[in-house]
Design a binder for this molecule. Structure first.
Ligand code: G3I
Length: 372
């Protein structure tokens, strides 16, 4: 019996050995290096891809800076060249932040897009309180535009010359505040002090300062306000008739996962028909459409957002002729840097990178759409 047991043990050992299951472990396999996904947005995109940036993050945050270096070919100055930063008091211009961005762009082969010379919002208190006759206002306006544009001549490829000049609901020119019931003035000091033709003069002054800079009119909501889109197109036609230099239109696209697809298609088609360059200039896609402070960013929401990023990139490629594709710019880099968190204080995840600087599903679907 004992001998029979020994025999069975021997037989078992033989069988196990011959199937590679011996107790004596095989040498461990050589470690496989993790597959590096080195395919970048700028590497696959047929047009410029970019982000608006916060200059202090660019200066102080290596993870942020590395994403810009690796992924983007175009940089927009989010707040750095707005009046409060670049023109903090009547006789003072501060180019420190803008110069840092310009030098980052030129050393790293990025296109620099300046934002924005004239806007009804974000004007410093000294400007809102400025008292002078119409000549003094005109002089202030012209001096600002020409000082800033001349300073970045040869560095900034393009400018948002005028931002958001038309009302949302009816596409009328912003002049006086429409919403008297809130504390927010959606009228425009420029139209009030300089007259309704101030937009044309802003483009003329910018062109005088740098005739090689590409000049854009930039606005939001064209995907849901047909009236605004029509006003923008009427302005372009008027400029063409008067031989006023305008090179492009920015469609900001601060949008969300529920935005009607037809609205996006309609806006791209109408804007492209102007023949001007078309820049998706401030893209972000909100998922918290009801601003629920307790909303959780689920996988399903991430996927819906990813699909929307892909849809927008695909339609842009399809509906805007290649020669007019100025590019797509997201409005900042990671969710935590977005104005939707920092300015609106909403619980949201609108961008391509998460709070830890990691790629989100939106990054991958956007990249695939750019590539196809
Ligand atoms: O830099 C100051 C800081 O020194 C200060 O301590 C802090 C306290 O409030 O404010 C900081 O400035 C803020 C700045 O964002 C930087 O965070 C301003 O108050 C705030 O008004 C500013 O908000 C910007 C907003 O425009 C108004 O200018 C957002 O970041 C910016 O993303 C947003 O961008 C606009 C586009 O220019 C035009 N299209 C719409 C888009 C979203 O509103």
């Amino acid at each position: 019996m004992k001998m029979k047991n020994n025999l069975s043990a021997l037989l078992l050992a033989f069988v196990l050995n011959s199937y590679g299951c011996s107790k004596k472990a095989d040498p461990p396999p050589a470690p496989v290096p993790p597959v590096q996904d080195t395919t970048t947005l700028k590497g696959v995109s047929p047009f410029f891809v970019g982000a608006a940036i916060d200059v202090s993050l660019l200066q102080n945050n290596t993870l942020y800076r590395n994403i810009l270096l690796q992924q983007e070919s175009s940089i927009t100055t989010e707040n750095t060249l707005k009046w409060p930063s670049v023109h903090p008091s009547e006789n003072v211009f501060d180019f420190s932040g803008g110069d840092y961005i310009a030098s980052f762009c030129s050393s790293n082969h990025k296109r620099m897009h300046g934002h924005c010379l004239v806007w009804y919002q974000s004007n410093p208190a000294w400007l809102n309180n400025f008292s002078g006759d119409s000549l003094a206002w005109e002089n202030l306006f012209k001096t600002h535009i020409q000082t800033v544009v001349s300073h970045y001549k040869g560095e900034a490829t393009s400018w948002d010359v005028v931002n958001e000049a038309f009302h949302d609901e009816d596409g009328s020119l912003r002049v006086n505040d429409k919403n008297t019931s809130d504390n927010f003035d959606d009228g425009c000091i420029w139209a009030r002090h300089l007259g309704r033709d101030y937009i044309a003069r802003a483009f003329i002054y910018a062109h005088q300062a740098d005739s090689s800079a590409l000049l854009f009119y930039n606005d939001y909501g064209q995907e849901w306000s047909d009236k605004k889109t029509d006003s923008i197109i009427a302005m372009v036609n008027d400029f063409k008739a008067r031989h006023i230099s305008i090179n492009g239109l920015g469609i900001q696209m601060h949008t969300n996962i529920n935005q009607s697809k037809d609205g996006i298609i309609n806006a791209f088609k109408k804007l492209a028909a102007t023949g001007l360059l078309i820049h998706i200039s401030e893209l972000d896609i909100s998922v918290n459409t009801s601003n629920d402070p307790l909303l959780v960013f689920t996988g399903a929401l991430a996927q819906q957002q990813a699909n929307t990023y892909a849809f927008i990139a695909t339609q842009y490629k399809l509906l805007v002729p290649p020669a007019q594709q100025y590019g797509i710019t997201t409005w900042n880099v990671t969710d935590k840097d977005s104005w939707i968190r920092t300015y609106l204080n909403h619980n949201d995840w609108p961008l391509l990178f998460n709070d830890s600087y990691a790629r989100k599903p939106a990054f991958y679907s956007y990249r695939t759409a750019l590539m196809q």
